[in-house]
Design a protein around this ligand. Sequence first.
Ligand SMILES: [Fe+2]
Length: 246
Amino acid sequence: MNTATLTAQPTQATATAARFDMYQPIHKGLRNFLCDTLSRVGRVDVFDVQDLARTLAQLEALLGFCTQHLAHEDVFLHTAIAARVPGGAGRTVDDHAEHLHSIEALRGEARALLAAPDCERMTLALRLYRHLALFVAENLQHMHIEETANNALLWAHYSDAELVEIHDRLLVTIAPAENMEVLRWMLPALNPVQRAGLLGEMKAHAPAPVFDAVIDLVRPQLDIRDWTKLASAIGVAQQAGLVNYP
Ligand SMILES: [Fe+2]
């Protein structure tokens, strides 16, 4: 899909700004994870064993994240769309099958790079980088379709209360470790209002040790300006290591 085609499509942002959008926050996190990993693979030092291992570990974490994300959307969102608009999510259902093939191909290229002799590593790293770039590009276009066409179907055929109920059912299936990884990439990618809203809810309802762990996770990912805004908005101390619970 070219840029002209994308920009010609209505985003419906004005008409539907107030609707519950379960795609947007997680997709901001996924875009963050995809682009950061692509950049790291592009600059990896293939002759530095630790740098190579760390970079490929992040790539594997990304691919695992993508696999889980596909499953969540298949089980909860595509099923919801199909229940009220049979075939309505056909395009993104097909995309998901293609993405799973791409994920396995990228894993194979990563394994080949890790096992290769020094003389082949530059070539294999460049191949991996280019193919990962194509995967990122495909995901960016795919997420745009989900956030426009799929959301339009969800908003037309479900109330916000029903969508929140679907989202809640999805969230309880996410294991704590997976949830922390989601938050690691999603929280820095949200705007300050979204970030404070999510963490304010968490502060009000999650056990204090869980909230502390999430704050420790997100603080290093924010610059001082964003951290100061967040700390002020949700009522935590701005100094590292001093979390307040008024
Ligand atoms: Fe998707």
